[in-house]
Design a protein around this ligand. Structure first.
Ligand SMILES: Cc1cc2nc3c(=O)[nH]c(=O)nc-3n(C[C@H](O)[C@H](O)[C@H](O)COP(=O)(O)OP(=O)(O)OC[C@H]3O[C@@H](n4cnc5c(N)ncnc54)[C@H](O)[C@@H]3O)c2cc1C
Length: 395
């Protein structure tokens, strides 16, 4: 077992895989990725993997716009014929109730276009042409993103890992990091059950398990972890795989739904979810009233789903920060450590550009996007990245 890497990446989720690949893209290939389980086995495994550019925080839109290009052109971007992101260009519809939310959404569309997003408002006739099953009678505004869609979280993560490994990156799974090596205020490596491993820089991308890192460095890293439920429903007719994704801001839990394999519709929520003390706590029984609520909301938006049946369900963890936006950067007073966490339910779509910009920052290069707004100190400075939709993964 060798020791002494330029960079150790803790966490082999989609963000860690993208960081590892992009380090090699910018010339750093002495990289080790460690995961306590399997790559893509954490929050990434449970992701609905929706890729859209609608945000009110414009730096999120910039990262999403840059990422969408990578999802759409994955093998060419990675210069590898045998990788795929599984991206399906279904398009994305977002609807808001009349009044304040509709007005705000229209303003956000202007800002998104200024930051490179292909998005615009459409009328109900056009929306019905795109998605004939939807009822738009109660909505104030409908926006459409023709280039958006959904991808495959496992394929995307393993694609980045494959390209990273080809460039020399080592990946060790089933290897938990249990602490950091320190020399005063300098992080010099990691501790694992098989021994310590040194590195010039350690990058923590531990997702919902980042509370462990806070303990190791003795820092206050604001983070709440919650359990989210995804349901799939099936109607008498298979749900076509190319129907646009729908985000429904008329619902209190900011419901979204999209096609999924086997002719089902996959339904999730963009709200807080169930608070949990441990990110591994995924064993609760499925509440009947939640299934009923989601079934009712789906039938309101798609009347033909009034008699649809529940097919499957799963839970996944969100790592939520106080402003529902990710943290990326260094901690004041600690050298040799870079961290990214708190993707608050919307990190999959950002991961390609996030990995690229983190790699640039760690290697001392100019970043494509200004990621200073995501710095960890923003919480203590009171300079939060507050979005206009309130809490939720559409920050
Ligand atoms: C139900 C659900 C639906 C979602 N839908 C969407 C969506 O439609 N669109 C979107 O953009 N985002 C979505 N998200 C969010 C998105 O999936 C996440 O933000 C993203 O996958 C986070 O990736 P990550 O690499 O930061 O974290 P993770 O995938 O959780 O990876 C962290 C990794 O760190 C490892 N790790 C932790 N501790 C240690 C340790 N001590 N030592 C070694 N390894 C360690 C873990 O094993 C894990 O593999 C969804 C999330 C959920 C749960």
């Amino acid at each position: 077992v060798r020791d002494g890497y330029e960079v150790i990446v803790i966490g082999g989720g989609v963000v860690g895989a993208s960081v590892a690949y992009h380090l090699t893209r910018f010339g750093c290939d002495e990289v080790l990725v460690l995961d306590r389980g399997e790559a893509a086995g954490g929050g990434t495994a449970k992701s609905c993997a929706i890729v859209r550019t609608h945000y009110s925080v414009t730096s999120n839109t910039e990262l999403a716009v840059a990422s969408i290009d990578i999802f759409r052109d994955f093998p060419r971007y990675l210069d590898h014929d045998d990788v795929a992101s599984g991206f399906i260009n279904s398009g994305y519809l977002i609807v808001a109730p009349p009044g304040e939310t509709a007005d705000m959404m229209s303003q956000n569309l202007d800002a998104q276009r200024e930051h490179g997003a292909n998005t615009f408002a459409i009328d109900p006739a056009e929306a019905t042409r795109l998605h004939p099953l939807l009822d738009f009678s109660d909505v104030g505004v409908i926006a459409y993103e023709p280039e958006s869609g959904y991808a495959d979280p496992y394929l995307t993560t393993s694609g980045f890992m494959t390209a990273a490994k080809r460039a020399g990156v080592e990946v060790r799974t089933n290897t938990p990091v249990t602490g950091l090596l320190r020399n005063g205020d300098n992080v010099t490596g990691v501790v694992t059950p098989n021994g310590a491993i040194t590195a010039g820089t350690v990058i923590s991308v531990m997702g919902p398990w980042t509370g462990d890192l806070a303990g190791w460095v003795g820092a206050d890293l604001p983070l709440e972890v919650s359990r989210h439920t995804v349901l799939t429903f099936k109607n008498s007719e298979p749900y076509p795989p190319d129907l646009p994704i729908v985000k429904d801001l008329t619902t209190a839990n900011k419901m979204y739904f999209r096609p999924s394999a086997g002719g089902v519709v996959l339904v999730g929520t963009g709200d807080h979810g169930e608070p949990i003390a441990q990110a591994d706590d995924m064993s609760a029984p499925l509440p009947d009233d939640f299934v009923f609520l989601q079934g009712t909301q789906i039938a309101n938006r798609m009347p033909s789903f009034a008699d649809a049946g529940l097919v499957d369900s799963w839970y996944g963890p969100y790592d939520i920060t106080p402003d529902w936006n990710p943290v990326m950067g260094r901690l004041d007073g600690i050298d040799g450590l870079y961290l990214a966490y708190g993707f608050s339910g919307h990190g999959f779509k950002l991961a390609p550009a996030v990995g690229r910009n983190i790699a640039q920052a760690v290697l001392g290069l100019q970043t494509d996007v200004d990621i200073d707004p995501y710095r960890p100190s923003r919480f203590s400075e009171g300079d939060l990245l507050v979005g206009s939709y309130g809490i939720g993964s559409i920050s």
